[in-house]
Design a binder for this molecule. Structure first.
Ligand code: TYD
Length: 208
């Protein structure tokens, strides 16, 4: 499927509680105010089938799935989300703003088990085959982000319960990914008032 010329696919990434969702919402509002059609979505989830898979992933005991099984479940959810939500939106020329995408699988499942990063890349190439146009990594100190994340009583904290050391590895992983793909991934300092972070994010967008 060939995307229409103004279609843009933007993803937000970062450790748990870094403020990605708020920033994704701010960007979607700014784009809508500028007259663009915007599909604001999230992973895991973003389509009815993928939201069902999400429930399997975010609830239950921390060791419920192996890292390998998680790679498959996240990729299955992503494929459904891609088919039903993202690809059709890009094809009609809409912007797609997505809270997490394949970089989360690269970093989270890659951090859980060395060697899985290559598996994630292979699954991505086979079943998704498209990277975002721009990826914003909201970067912040895990201690601060973890305190915020756990403060939310979402009932979805299977991942957040793994502790500060794991979040520190994730932060390192996202920073390394930004260095690996400098043309696509931009780091934005998230330890500032949300309005300042939002302005920094807007400045990164390829807006006319
Ligand atoms: P999310 O709903 O974004 O949680 P939060 O808003 O707290 O950041 O994602 C739920 C959890 O799933 C989060 O801890 C990150 C994790 N995750 C992965 O481990 N791999 C993935 O591919 C994705 C998309 C999320």
């Amino acid at each position: 499927m060939v995307a229409a010329p103004q279609a843009r696919f933007v993803t937000f990434e970062g450790i748990d509680g870094a403020g990605k969702s708020t920033q994704a919402r701010h960007l979607a509002e700014a784009l809508r105010a500028a007259g663009h059609e915007v599909v604001l979505t999230r992973e895991p989830g973003g389509s009815p089938g993928a939201e069902e898979i999400r429930r399997l992933l975010v609830s239950g005991a921390p060791g419920r799935w192996s890292a390998e099984t998680e790679c498959l479940l996240f990729t299955a959810a992503r494929r459904d989300h891609w088919e039903r939500t993202i690809a059709p939106a890009l094809a009609r020329g809409a912007w797609v703003v997505c809270d997490r995408f394949a970089d989360s699988t690269r970093v989270y499942q890659g951090a859980a088990q060395p060697g899985l990063r290559a598996v994630v890349d292979r699954l991505h190439a086979e079943f998704i085959g498209r990277e975002p146009d721009v990826t914003v990594v909201i970067d912040m100190d895990p201690a601060e982000a973890l305190a915020r994340g756990l403060a939310r009583a979402s009932g979805e904290n299977r991942f957040e319960e793994r502790g500060l050391a794991f979040q520190e590895r994730l932060r390192t992983g996202f920073r390394a990914l930004a260095a690996e793909f400098p043309a696509r991934i931009r780091l934005v300092d998230g330890a500032r008032p949300a309005a300042e972070v939002a302005a920094a994010v807007r400045a990164l967008m390829p807006l006319p």
